[in-house]
Ligand binder design. Structure first.
Ligand code: PMP
Length: 354
């Protein structure tokens, strides 16, 4: 089965094999990875290597800490304002779709929220303009690098004097990025980086000095940094799966991954633009290379195409319930050949459709 789901998403077969071997016997320790203690050499080594590899991939120096936290993307929506947004202060949010909006709603529990720009009036079928931050008095600026539901993506991470925070959940490690433009970035693991259960957070050290309120240790970036991600019982297995993914990414090489990302996206968008039955939704310049969102000719045809794909062992292409039609996610485990298979199905379906 080819799995184009948006997350939890496809993982490379090698990673699945290594993960399943570790469930029986982790590294010939005689213990399952599900049984090893979260404090002790076996897990310390996993954590340490995972952090080194994240830093290597992102070009981060000693001025950043890498954390694995729980609670998914939404806990970051809350933890960020909880730590960095005082009640009378303002945080700026760039609103490019569902996840940006939800992050803003969470921030409003803690302080003032300013929408710096939005593409809501276009139903998020394009990116908003990047805001000018001159003269703004903001605790931080938050943006979503890739809009998983609406299928748009920022081409780069802008520079900013105000601490920039990015939700990179759906495009981390898909291409080279200027990660050091961010004071903090985070990504849930279940798309490009492993299984569900852990979230990557990279935080510049000076940010821990900007914490504005006292929060329980589990929710404090300062405490999590001090306890090196093992404040509580860390989710050993998902972190190990992320380590396997990181090794896989490093082994393949980020430039080769970026090249594949470009090839996969351009093949699929070309077919959508050519095929008489499908239409892209997002403005061409803003199209995401990770989540390709498009419509069919009509509802009946859309349903028939979904069924045709399932019959041919292709799954996970139904669109998000708020946008509809189709969404094809092209994360790292999806190969160019997988995309070619989908394109052949689109072509066969077009030939036989009446
Ligand atoms: N941010 C982005 C960009 C997402 O795509 C998602 C959905 N996986 C989330 C945040 C929310 O993640 P979670 O379901 O782990 O809270």
């Amino acid at each position: 089965m080819i799995n184009f789901n948006a997350g939890p998403a496809a993982l490379p077969l090698e990673v699945l094999q290594q993960a399943s071997e570790a469930v029986i016997d982790y590294n010939r320790s005689g213990l399952s990875i599900l049984e090893i203690p979260h404090r002790g050499k076996l897990f310390d080594d996993i954590l340490e290597e995972s952090k080194v590899l994240v830093k290597e991939l992102c070009g981060l120096g000693d001025d950043y800490d890498v954390l694995w936290l729980q609670g998914g993307g939404r806990l970051q929506f809350a933890m960020i304002p909880m730590n960095f947004l005082a009640e009378n202060a303002t945080a700026g949010y760039v609103d490019s779709g569902h996840w940006s909006t939800e992050a803003m709603e969470y921030a409003a529990y803690y302080g003032k929220v300013k929408t710096l720009s939005t593409s809501k009036e276009y139903n998020y079928t394009q990116l908003p303009n990047w805001p000018s931050l001159k003269g703004e008095d903001l605790s931080y600026v938050h943006f979503t690098s890739n809009n998983t539901i609406y299928g748009s993506q920022w081409p780069e991470i802008p520079k900013s004097e105000i601490p920039l925070i990015s939700d990179m959940s759906s495009d981390i490690f898909s291409c080279r990025r200027d990660y050091t433009n961010c004071a903090l970035f985070y990504a849930v693991a279940q798309k490009n980086l492993g299984a569900v259960g852990n979230t990557l957070v990279a935080i510049r050290k000076d940010m821990t000095e900007r914490i504005v309120r006292s929060v329980p240790p589990m929710l404090s970036f300062k405490e999590q940094v001090a306890k090196k991600s093992v404040l509580n019982t860390a989710p050993v297995f998902p972190i190990y799966v992320s380590l396997l993914m990181l090794r896989w990414i490093i082994d393949k090489g980020i430039d080769a991954i970026a090249q594949d990302t470009n090839t996969k996206a351009s093949l699929l968008y070309n077919e959508i633009d050519r095929n008489t039955l499908f239409t892209g939704i997002v403005k061409k310049e803003d199209r995401s290379k990770m989540n390709v969102v498009f419509l069919g000719k009509d509802k009946k045809m859309e349903q028939q195409f979904l069924e045709f794909c399932e019959e041919n062992d292709v799954t996970g292409i139904a669109g998000h319930r708020s946008v509809g039609a189709f969404r094809v996610s092209l994360y790292n485990a999806i190969s160019v050949a997988n995309v070619q298979t989908l394109i052949s199905l689109m072509q066969d379906f077009e030939k036989n459709y009446q």
